[in-house]
Design a protein around this ligand. Structure first.
Ligand SMILES: CC(C)(COP(=O)(O)OP(=O)(O)OC[C@H]1O[C@@H](n2cnc3c(N)ncnc32)[C@H](O)[C@@H]1OP(=O)(O)O)[C@@H](O)C(=O)NCCC(=O)NCCS
Length: 174
C-alpha cells in the first residue's frame, strides 16, 4: 500500500542512486549527461509525511528517498509547440512492485504539464521491461511504437517501446 504524501524534491545536481540491475547498467556515463542544462534530476520521494519530504533538501537524509527520476527536452520541430519532455525512472530495489512507480510517473507528468507549456510527456523502456510498461499504462501513458536499437546498455543495443501522455489526456484529479 502506498503511503500518503507526494513526491518531487527537484535535485539539480548529478546525484545518482546505486546502479544495481540490468535496466540501469549504463556503463561509464558520458560527461554530456551531467552537463546538459536541461537535464534536471528529481528524487522520487514517496514519503510517509510531508516532514520527511522537507528534510530531503539535506543530502544527509537520502536514506528516505526511494528512487530517482530525470527528465530532458526532446524536440520535434523548431517552435515551442513541437517540444516535449522525456523522463526516466529508477526505484531502489526494496521499493519496487508496490505501485510507487505508477504514482511517481503520473505525478511527474502532472508536474511537467503544470510547470511548463509543453503538451507532451513521453517515456521509453526496453521491450522486455514488462514492469515499466505496465507501470506507465497505470500512470495514464499510451503505447506508441518500437524504437529499434535505440539504447546502448549492458554492452548491447536494445529496442525500446515509446509511451506518451498528452496534456489533454491527463488531469490532476485522475
Ligand atoms: C520500473 C519501475 C519504475 C516500476 O515501478 P514499480 O513501482 O515497481 O511498478 P508498479 O507497481 O507501479 O507497476 C508494476 C506493474 O507491472 C507488473 N509487473 C511487474 N513485473 C512484471 C513482470 N515481470 N511481468 C508482468 N508484469 C509485471 C506488476 O504486477 C504491476 O502491475 P499491477 O499493479 O497491475 O499488478 C520500478 O520497478 C523500477 O525502478 N525498476 C528498475 C529500474 C527500471 O526498470 N526503470 C525503468 C527503466 S526505463
Amino acid at each position: 500500500m502506498l503511503p500518503d504524501g507526494r513526491f518531487l524534491a527537484v535535485w539539480p545536481s548529478a546525484l545518482r542512486l546505486q546502479v544495481d540491475d540490468e535496466w540501469t547498467d549504463w556503463g561509464p556515463m558520458l560527461p554530456l549527461a551531467e552537463t546538459v542544462g536541461e537535464l534536471r534530476r528529481a528524487l522520487v520521494v514517496v514519503a510517509a509525511d510531508a516532514a520527511a519530504i522537507a528534510t530531503l533538501t539535506d543530502n544527509t537524509c537520502l536514506a528516505a528517498a526511494v528512487g530517482e527520476m530525470s527528465w530532458h527536452r526532446v524536440s520535434y520541430g523548431p517552435n515551442v509547440g513541437s517540444q516535449a519532455w522525456n523522463f526516466g525512472i529508477s526505484l531502489a530495489a526494496p521499493f519496487r512492485g508496490q505501485g510507487m512507480g505508477a504514482v511517481a510517473q503520473r505525478l511527474l507528468a502532472e508536474y511537467l504539464f503544470a510547470a511548463t507549456a509543453f503538451d507532451r510527456v513521453e517515456a521509453s523502456t526496453d521491450v522486455t521491461n514488462v514492469a515499466e510498461q505496465r507501470s506507465l499504462v497505470k500512470a495514464g501513458f499510451h503505447r506508441e511504437g518500437v524504437l529499434r536499437g535505440a539504447q546502448f546498455r549492458g554492452s548491447a543495443r536494445h529496442d525500446l517501446v515509446l509511451y506518451a501522455v498528452l496534456r489533454g489526456e491527463i488531469n490532476s484529479s485522475g
